[in-house]
Design a protein around this ligand. Structure first.
Ligand SMILES: CC(C)(COP(=O)(O)OP(=O)(O)OC[C@H]1O[C@@H](n2cnc3c(N)ncnc32)[C@H](O)[C@@H]1OP(=O)(O)O)[C@@H](O)C(=O)NCCC(=O)NCCS
Length: 143
């Protein structure tokens, strides 16, 4: 498996959006709007590939003041629980640090809080609803 940054609009990006739809949106009866995806032109797009097959991904959005928001973390159903999510987290944090970012924040689905805690993320504040699901704001200082 290889981890890489991919380009907006590329063949790899099309596979990434398909994976995100399958894992994050379709199960909720939702899909991405064109406007939502257009915002990703300026974002850092990260994916794990085994040859031509995408296994997982995430997106880093610059939210200012040296902070990145990590979002759209998804691993293909069939290969969850094999360390791919952990590899993506580590790669994303390395990219963030290399670019001089000091903090990572994210909106964790309640079901994924334990995953992010493994990497030192802490819940900040109360539960809120996003895409119709309970979420928590989590953050970590990148050292
Ligand atoms: C959450 C997700 C990204 C994790 O990726 P993964 O490849 O399955 O996770 P890994 O195998 O790398 O797990 C790393 C560690 O986190 C733990 N872990 C994985 N998912 C977890 C979860 N949902 N809750 C608690 N711990 C979790 C693993 O047990 C493992 O622990 P270990 O190091 O002690 O063995 C993936 O399961 C997924 O795509 N889920 C559905 C979409 C989703 O919820 N995305 C997050 C939205 S905020």
């Amino acid at each position: 498996m290889g981890l890489k940054q991919i380009d907006y609009g590329s063949e790899e990006y099309i596979k990434m959006v398909a994976l995100r739809n399958q894992i994050l949106r379709k199960p909720l009866g939702l899909e991405y709007s064109d406007d939502e995806l257009a915002q990703e032109k300026k974002e850092t797009l990260i994916a794990a590939f085994e040859e031509d097959e995408i296994l997982g991904c995430c997106v880093l959005s610059n939210i200012g003041n040296g902070r990145y928001r990590l979002r759209q973390m998804a691993v293909k159903n069939e290969v969850q629980g094999k360390g791919i999510g952990a590899s993506i987290m580590s790669f994303a944090e390395t990219i963030a640090k290399d670019k001089g970012f000091k903090f990572m924040v994210l909106h964790a689905r309640e079901t994924a809080v334990g995953f992010y805690e493994k990497f030192g993320y802490k819940v900040v504040g109360d539960v809120f609803i996003e895409v119709n699901l309970p979420h928590y704001l989590m953050e970590k200082e990148l050292t």
